[in-house]
Design a protein around this ligand. Structure first.
Ligand code: MN
Length: 488
């Protein structure tokens, strides 16, 4: 059972008296309001509020967000009104709580596509108003997913499906990798239990031997780095999220030995320059695998992800993936946009400025949020107008397309099926030999339209991309992969 002390323990900021009082007050108020209510698990309702708050505290969110999280189900589920919350906690917190309540009123209807756009629309609205609302909503969803076993099967399916379609893409867009990974794994468990168990069984044996090996590798790597004067802030093994592993296994005929990053060693160092120095030291000691060095530090992924990945023949000659990054990159990879709250007032101010002022390159990866915000300011909240605005302004430079399974892939406009293939995986890009759009076969230079369901056909054997593709692909990911592959 969680207590409010667990929240304080997870809190990443100096806990002033004022902050502590605010959080305590919210806790007491919520406990009182939810009194007598129980979750389906049999727990007191406040356990759900505490669990949500704890996730946020661990992400580095600040006291007002934690306060709103503790109160998030109060107006929805109790006799207490929003007005009372505003009187007690002020307008800012009440507005956040209201936003969460409104987001909770999402109902499933229409086709998957309509459903997705409808939900996205609500999320975007809330996000543009206050991004903290969406972050709380994600934490709320995660705690609900963790207790899904207590709900009837029908509800489990609906909620897991909604999580995959709506919340996973949003966590991804906000760069909150840690929540995204957990949401995917939990949904996967309910949506495709057969494969979930299959993957779990497949790795159970593998992991046993691996853990020992990882510990050995960590010890050797650490010693080597420290002997070379690198300050290692942290070094640990990380295992791949189950759902991501499943997707990868599917591309390799469920052959586990083709997966090199089942477990990886992650090295956290102080500065960017240390990342490259570390890479050099690691490669000097252990031979790197050709074509497996990925420098996402100088070339971040579209969602802002930064890290250096390399695959080496580690201790005992075994293949091992090593990931090198700074603490800040690590926090940003796990907590995404929320990491900006960790990096103190200065960063917070920077973010605020970023949301309110037109500036060219402040946080490049969050450009779309800014766009959204600007456009939200320009148009009213009228529904018709909203949809029109969504189409014209936001979707202008973005296409949302679907995999046959309903995963959402977003691409710049005029992207082709080849771009789509590369955005799923470089291997699929290289092997593409055809595509179906909404069930119909199209040429691979077909330009994808919003809402298209794209099915990529690819050959089983390794193939090289075609030079001509460079003439029509739009994304830099596709371009760089094609060029790199052709050089080989
Ligand atoms: Mn809730």
């Amino acid at each position: 059972m969680l207590t409010i002390q667990d929240i304080f323990k997870s809190f990443k900021h100096p806990l002033t008296k004022e902050r502590e009082d605010l959080i305590n007050k919210a806790y007491e108020f919520a406990t009182f309001a939810h009194q007598g209510q129980q979750r389906k698990s049999g727990d007191d309702y406040i356990q759900h509020s505490l669990a949500t708050a704890k996730i946020l505290a661990k992400m580095g969110m600040r006291s007002k967000t934690i306060t709103a999280a503790l109160l998030h189900d109060v107006p929805e589920d109790t006799f207490v009104t929003l007005k009372e919350i505003e009187d007690k906690f002020g307008k800012e917190i009440a507005t956040m709580v209201d936003g969460i309540t409104k987001l909770g009123k999402i109902k499933l209807r229409g086709s998957q596509k309509e459903y997705f756009i409808e939900n996205l629309r609500k999320m975007f609205l809330a996000m543009a108003a206050d991004i903290r609302v969406v972050i709380i909503k994600l934490a709320d969803r995660l705690t609900n997913m963790k207790t899904l076993q207590y709900l009837p099967p029908e509800k489990q399916q609906r909620i897991a499906n909604e999580t995959m379609i709506v919340f996973v893409p949003i966590a991804n867009r906000l760069g909150i990798g840690e929540i995204k990974g957990q949401l995917e794994d939990l949904s996967f468990r309910y949506l495709d239990p057969e494969n979930y168990i299959k993957v779990k069984d497949l790795i159970a044996e593998e992991y046993k031997g691996m853990e020992k090996y990882i510990n050995l590798a960590i010890r050797d790597l650490k010693k080597e780095l420290e002997n070379n004067g690198i300050k290692v802030i942290d070094i640990y093994g990380r295992s791949k999220h189950i759902y991501r592993l499943f997707l990868k296994l599917k591309r390799h005929d469920m052959n586990l030995s083709a997966i090199y990053d089942l477990m990886a060693v992650r090295i956290i160092v102080p500065e960017i320059s240390d990342c490259y120095e570390t890479l050099g030291i690691v490669h000097k000691k252990y031979r790197p695998m050709v074509g497996r060095i990925k420098d996402y530090v100088s070339l971040p992924k579209p969602n802002g992800y930064q890290s250096i990945h390399t695959t080496i023949f580690g201790p005992e000659g075994k293949i091992l993936e090593v990931q090198i990054r700074t603490q800040k990159m690590n926090d940003e990879a796990e907590f995404g946009i929320a990491a900006h709250w960790i990096y103190g007032e200065k960063e917070h101010k920077r973010l605020k400025k970023y949301f309110t002022r037109k500036k060219k390159r402040i946080i490049k990866e969050l450009k779309w949020v800014k766009q959204l915000h600007e456009w939200q300011n320009e148009i009213g909240s009228d529904d018709e107008e909203f949809l029109e605005g969504l189409r014209i302004d936001f979707f202008k430079n973005h296409i949302f397309a679907f995999t046959p399974k309903g995963d959402i892939i977003d691409l710049p406009e005029e992207s082709t099926t080849v771009d789509f293939a590369y955005s799923i995986h470089s291997d699929i890009g290289n092997r593409i030999n055809g595509a179906r759009i909404n069930g119909k076969i199209v040429p691979i230079n077909y330009q994808i339209k919003n809402g298209d369901v794209v099915e990529i056909m690819f050959s089983k054997e390794k193939r090289k991309p075609n030079r001509d593709w460079l003439k029509f692909v739009k994304t830099s990911v596709a371009k760089s992969h094609i060029k790199r592959e052709l050089k080989k």
